[in-house]
Design a protein around this ligand. Structure first.
Ligand SMILES: *Cc1c(COP(=O)(O)O)cnc(C)c1O
Length: 428
């Protein structure tokens, strides 16, 4: 059994839970900021600048978005709610990239009204967008490329040719030509072909693919791209034995490819962008829960006060999330092989299956790691389960001062849950 480190102690979590009952998600501000700075440092060489448009769906909380904005990030939005969240924290204009698919006309209108960069998912969206905006396209547009069989897929997003997103290569050339004819003057190029990818080579290959395409677009259409967006998809080490992607090394390798391709073709400067979500906040979120039942039938079960409403990934994808039992270190306490469950009437409501963990006692605090992306945001209300609070851990200024934390979203109440039902006896 290996372990993963925690930025807080059991006593500190007990003190918080005296004020905010478990379960709750806790996000580590200092770690998120340090990681954001390392990410930007890896791309500080980009002529014209680098920007990560944080994929808002990963952790759509305005306090987090505001923090990321102060670290220089923009927002990658795919829905009206995500656009509104960005606007509320002052991420507006070209600090937003609107990368959606199957997009409703009113969302295109909202994105255009905010001055966001619209990233088109399909060639048919060119006339659709033109119609939605009353006949006038924005002066800047981006197209999403799907390389299909030209690029090997990765495990989560699958093969590009099976993915619903983006233009084919032929459509891309045709699409930019059409946009030029329609008077669009500023252009971006985008792809997103990986998810939770830990192999650094993958990102370098993606950059090479897009840089080569940029040169070809210039040669065939005279198109000078203003930016190239390499998408998101940088993975995180969910398992203790995995290593994070070495951002500095990826940045340095992409620099070499940029020089050999973009600079060599005389096309520099082209700004670079990414839209990472998971890597930005994922490892710095923790779902804090408590053991409320221990059961032994054909297997051992540890029942938590959290459930899939708080974290869907294990149930939906069979994803691994590491589990720590506070105050019980692997190796020093007896271990138990068990399923760690929530309370839904769904047998996939399990945070772990046949997992060896330090054998907990009733009432122990349990931390589920790496819930800072696609954790709270993916939750649902099946069985009428309510979604939890979110807290920001701000740590202590020095060893003698008390750690700071703040509530950045309260837990749902039954009144929230019933709010859309106008029925006697259910209101408030
Ligand atoms: C989800 C998504 C991202 C972010 O992916 P991560 O794996 O969180 O980095 C970026 N761009 C688009 C279009 C997405 O759908």
């Amino acid at each position: 059994m290996s372990s993963k480190s925690l930025p807080f102690t059991r006593e500190q979590l007990e003190a918080i839970s005296a004020q905010v009952p478990t379960p709750f998600h806790l996000y580590d501000e200092a770690a998120i900021r340090a990681n954001a700075r390392a990410f930007y440092a890896a791309f500080d060489w980009v002529p014209g600048g680098f920007k990560n448009y944080y994929a808002v769906k990963a952790l759509p909380n305005p306090y987090i978005l505001d923090m990321l904005k102060s670290e220089g990030m923009g927002g990658d939005c795919s829905s009206l709610a995500e656009l509104k969240l960005c606007a509320a924290v002052g991420i507006t204009g070209e600090s937003i990239i609107f990368t959606s698919n199957d997009t409703p006309a009113h969302e295109y209108r909202e994105a255009a009204a905010l001055g966001a960069i619209i990233n088109l998912d399909d060639i048919s969206h060119i006339p659709f967008l033109e119609d939605a905006l009353g006949g006038q396209l924005p002066e800047i547009l981006c197209c999403r490329y799907n390389p299909g069989p030209l690029k090997a897929g990765n495990a989560i997003i699958g093969k590009p040719e099976e993915a619903k997103y983006g233009f084919t290569r032929e459509q891309l050339f045709e699409g930019y030509r059409l946009l030029q004819q329609k008077g669009v003057r500023r252009f971006g190029l985008h792809t997103m072909v990986a998810s939770n990818e830990l192999n650094p080579e993958y990102f370098v290959e993606t950059a090479q693919m897009l840089f080569t395409l940029a040169v070809e677009l210039h040669r065939e259409l005279g198109l000078q791209l203003e930016f190239i967006n390499l998408g998101g998809g940088i993975g995180i080490p969910y398992r203790p034995e995995q290593a994070p992607v070495d951002l500095a090394a990826v940045g340095a390798q992409i620099k070499a490819v940029y020089e050999a391709t973009i600079v060599a073709a005389g096309l520099s400067p082209i700004r670079l962008a990414m839209e990472c979500g998971r890597m930005v906040t994922g490892p710095y979120g923790y779902l804090v829960s408590r053991v409320i039942h221990k059961k032994k039938t054909y297997k051992n079960y540890i029942g938590l006060d959290a459930c899939m409403a708080n974290l869907m990934r294990p149930g939906v994808y069979g994803a691994y999330h590491h589990i720590s039992v506070l105050g019980r270190e692997p190796g020093t306490t007896p271990s138990l092989v068990c399923d760690v469950t929530g309370s839904l009437c769904e047998n996939n409501d399990k945070f772990a299956v046949d997992r060896e963990i330090p054998d907990p006692e009733l009432g122990d605090l349990v931390v589920i790691h790496d819930t800072g992306a696609h954790g709270h945001s993916m939750g649902f209300n099946y069985n009428g389960k309510l979604r939890s609070a979110e807290l920001l851990w701000q740590g202590a200024a020095d060893a003698s001062s008390a750690p700071q934390w703040r509530l950045i979203r309260r837990a749902e109440t039954l009144a929230d849950h019933f709010a859309t039902l106008d029925y006697p006896g259910l209101a408030s």
